[in-house]
Write a protein that binds this ligand. Structure first.
Ligand SMILES: NC(=O)c1ccc[n+]([C@@H]2O[C@H](COP(=O)([O-])OP(=O)(O)OC[C@H]3O[C@@H](n4cnc5c(N)ncnc54)[C@H](O)[C@@H]3O)[C@@H](O)[C@H]2O)c1
Length: 330
């Protein structure tokens, strides 16, 4: 099978590339504009997979280059991960998110339709749901995003659903909860430049000694210890969910939440590093951030039933792989 992976040098894409390359019959092409990735990741994927694949530095906003790639590529399936993903940045610079996420995806869909490529698996996010009263989120919740990042993902979902209804494409939409953890080798993980917005990349900086303590925003949430609780899914489980999609997408278009169904608080996570890695994370409390909710997690039943997938790993594997990656990338 001839697969195109967009955003394949990023955090999730690089792990997915390794998963895809395990299949001897897969011919993989990765595109990435390196806006949030390092070229050296390409060599790490080569080193870990011991397999050949094609890489092209390409910005999805460049419609002509994308057309040329599709003309020679003859792809059977697209995994579309490329995009910008910071909620905070999307509120400050919405134009960047409309251009990069929405226009980039429109160009990709245009190239697919022009070249009769039918199948696409799209990386969406639980952020599309916005705020709901119930804590356990299922796929039929209404989508009411409260930030521009979530809105761009909702727009792309709508384009995919409309094209599917008009029989132009087959699509699976995956709404990730909170991807976390790193590759077992300790050579791949999430390591953004500057001060990260997400919890685990922040903890990586603490383990590396680049930041002294964790800022916890709020200690009066309605949870067992007052800190916010989220559904953290191990990156390897996330990859396994994608691999399950390959067969399904040709038969059926659908939408799946991808999470574990188990919420963990910020203090659970801090304690897991002490318990499993003997590493103490120092922290200070700050006031709550606007829009942050007490607790939310995935209702896992649909993916289990229809995709035949559920998460196998938990906090232990997430903390140990994160710690290993942080130490090796010091
Ligand atoms: N990591 C998360 O917490 C999370 C949660 C839900 C959904 N997602 C989605 O999953 C996808 C992958 O996320 P990630 O964590 O690996 O992010 P990432 O930033 O590590 O990877 C995205 C990759 O896409 C590339 N890219 C960005 N714009 C591009 C463009 N116009 N053309 C070509 N390449 C481009 C970047 O250089 C980067 O390598 C994203 O679409 C993101 O919105 C991520």
């Amino acid at each position: 099978m001839n697969i195109l992976l967009t955003g394949g040098l990023g955090y999730i894409g690089s792990h997915l590339a390794l998963g895809l390359l395990k299949n001897k019959k897969t011919k993989l092409t990765i595109v990435d504009d390196l806006s949030n990735a390092k070229l050296s990741t390409k060599n790490t994927i080569k080193y870990l997979s011991k397999k050949k694949f094609k890489f092209k530095k390409l910005d999805l906003k460049n419609k002509n280059k994308l057309q040329k790639l599709f003309k020679v590529g003859k792809f059977d399936l697209i995994f579309h991960l490329a995009g910008s993903k910071s909620v905070k940045e999307s509120q400050i610079n919405p134009k960047k998110y409309y251009e990069n996420n929405v226009i980039g995806s429109i160009n990709l869909l245009h190239a697919m339709i022009e070249n009769n490529v039918k199948n696409i698996i799209f990386s969406s996010t639980a952020t599309v749901y916005g705020l709901h009263k119930k804590n356990c989120y299922s796929e039929n919740f209404s989508r009411e995003p409260i930030n521009t990042y979530g809105l761009t993902k909702k727009i792309i979902e709508d384009l995919l659903i409309d094209l599917k209804e008009k029989n132009q494409i087959n699509t699976l939409i995956l709404r990730y909860f909170n991807p976390a953890g790193c590759h077992i080798s300790g050579l791949l993980g999430e390591n953004p430049q500057g001060i990260p917005n997400n919890l685990y990349p922040y903890i990586i900086k603490i383990i590396k000694g680049e930041v002294k303590y964790l800022k916890i925003f709020g200690n009066n949430y309605k949870t067992k210890d007052g800190t916010g609780a989220r559904d953290y899914i191990h990156i390897q489980d996330l990859v396994d969910a994608h691999l399950k999609c390959i067969k399904l997408v040709k038969k059926k278009s659908d939408i799946f939440n991808i999470g574990t169904g188990r919420p963990y608080t910020v203090l659970d996570i801090i304690n897991s590093f002490k318990k499993y890695c003997n590493f103490k994370i120092n922290y200070n409390f700050y006031s709550r951030r606007e829009g942050d909710i007490d607790i939310y997690y995935n209702k896992i039943s649909k993916a289990k039933k229809k995709l035949g997938w559920s998460a196998k790993r938990g906090l232990k594997e997430i903390s140990q792989s994160t710690f290993n990656f942080a130490i090796k990338s010091k």
